[in-house]
Design a protein around this ligand. Structure first.
Ligand code: C5P
Length: 242
């Protein structure tokens, strides 16, 4: 399998074609951005750590019979994935109130949300990813009603699988974002990444952030936090330098 032309360059990942039509290659770069790209940095080894955690979670989901795009690793920061037609929705599951939920609505930061709250944003940088609802999604023809239900059910199943694993590691899954796509057969499939860049993870005891909030709000050494949490999640101390 050969890496071909660059198909898409996002804020932290690049996607390449391959010589196999049903397969793409995703490179997790060391770039990190926040606040709509308003804050940017390049942090050595960050891509590799996010790739490792994403691969671990995708494998966990596959074991739980939840279809993902993950096919395997090519090198520590490069993943083989199924080609998907992406659905431009950011599906967010929240177990604890934080972030934009607290900013926009009268929730108290740290307030448990039981049942979890599912929020869907329309993925469009130029429009700043506005929150969307079922009616708008269907009116825009982004997915069918049945697909939307499937997406919601899958997001909640992913929440259970990830939440159980993280709880066992003493980590609270506060919230996370998923993106879905459809494969050639129309199967709704979990795509993109599931990493410290796309989740809020709090140490269950201290409540300390171990995710991109460390970078967003200058809460400490981002890479130290990413290394530690990746090791706790995957049980792999790995890495190029340690
Ligand atoms: O900012 P907000 O509180 O809505 O984010 C909810 C969750 O979704 C967080 O874990 C955040 O990292 C993730 N997210 C993301 N990509 C976005 C927006 C949010 O990964 N574009």
């Amino acid at each position: 399998m050969k890496k071909g032309e660059l198909l898409y360059r996002g804020k932290a990942k690049s996607v390449y074609r391959t010589d196999v039509p049903q397969e793409l290659v995703v490179e997790f770069r060391d770039d990190i951005t926040a606040f709509d790209g308003g804050k940017k940095a390049n942090l050595a080894e960050k891509g590799m750590l996010n790739a490792r955690v994403s691969a671990f979670f995708f494998t966990l989901l596959e074991k739980a019979k939840i279809r993902t795009h993950y096919l395997g690793m090519i090198d520590p920061a490069t993943m083989r994935v199924r080609t998907l037609t992406m659905i431009p929705l950011e599906v967010i599951v929240r177990n604890v109130a934080a972030g934009s939920l607290v900013k926009r609505y009268p929730f108290r930061e740290g307030q448990p949300l039981d049942p979890p709250i599912l929020v869907i944003d329309y993925k469009d940088d130029a429009r700043h990813d506005p929150m969307i609802n079922d009616e708008i999604i269907l009116a825009l023809g982004l997915v069918t009603a049945a697909e939307l239900q499937e997406i919601k059910q899958k997001a909640l199943s992913v929440n259970r699988v990830l939440g159980d694993h993280l709880q066992g590691k003493g980590i609270t899954l506060v919230d996370f974002k998923l993106e879905f796509g459809k494969d050639g057969l129309g199967n709704v499939t979990v795509g993109d990444e599931i990493s410290m860049d796309s989740m809020r993870l709090w140490d269950a005891r201290s409540g300390q952030s171990m995710d991109k909030d460390v970078y967003r709000f200058d809460k400490g050494d981002v890479m130290e936090a990413y290394r530690r949490v990746a090791e706790r999640i995957t049980g792999n101390a790995g890495g190029r330098s340690r």
